[in-house]
Design a protein around this ligand. Structure first.
Ligand code: ZN
Length: 203
């Protein structure tokens, strides 16, 4: 089912790329000539680095979506990469929407729910520090999570909502919102169906 595997060599990657580029050119003859003249994406997507989803879940082509992936879709408002991404996408590229899309079965979120943080702190200290943000969210919703039928899914949802709220309070985003230049959406991608559901929206 998958194109490449752990055993794939560089030649396999290059061959797979050649086939992909040929298929794309056949199906969309204007795509690469258009993209060769620059990018004008309409959407900024902030999602988890998880391999099971990306902007393709919206059926888009290369050139439509400016993407930033971070483990557990963490985009702290004070983080340099977050601020730089938002400034570039909104103020330079002029996207008209910012989509924060979390997903179900998030490994980063699962480690918090399943009590794996002490082990992570020992073996992957940077990852553990990065996930501190989700740990804080899990503490904030501790009683709701304790009662939940599926606490991992609920924390994926609360984590995405938390970052959506953080995003709307970012200076670049709030200015663009006030000027009516963008909309911001919080979505959740279901890895077992490929379907996205709405969590929150400024629209
Ligand atoms: Zn994830």
């Amino acid at each position: 089912m998958f194109t490449l595997s752990p055993e794939s060599r560089l030649t396999d990657l290059l061959e797979a790329n050649r086939e992909w580029a040929q298929d794309m050119s056949r199906e969309h003859p204007q795509l690469f000539p258009t993209n060769g003249r620059g990018q004008q994406p309409h959407t900024l997507l902030i999602s988890c680095s998880d391999s099971r989803y990306n902007e393709n879940c919206f059926g888009v082509l290369p050139g439509e979506v400016f993407t930033w992936k971070s483990i557990a879709n963490i985009c702290r408002p004070e983080d340099l990469a977050t601020c730089a991404t938002l400034e570039f996408a909104i103020d330079v590229l002029g996207v008209s929407r910012v989509v924060l899309c979390g997903h179900t079965d998030c490994g980063g979120v699962n480690s918090c729910v399943r009590g794996q943080m002490p082990q992570l702190e020992r073996n992957c200290p940077h990852l553990a520090e990065h996930l501190n943000d989700v740990v804080e969210t899990s503490k904030q919703y501790a009683s709701e999570l304790a009662d939940a039928r599926d606490p991992a899914r609920l924390l994926c949802l609360r984590n995405a909502q938390k970052h959506y709220i953080d995003l709307t309070q970012n200076k670049t985003v709030s200015r663009a919102l006030a000027e009516g230049r963008i909309q911001v959406y919080a979505l959740l991608y279901n890895v077992d169906t490929g379907l996205v559901e709405k969590l929150a929206s400024t629209e």
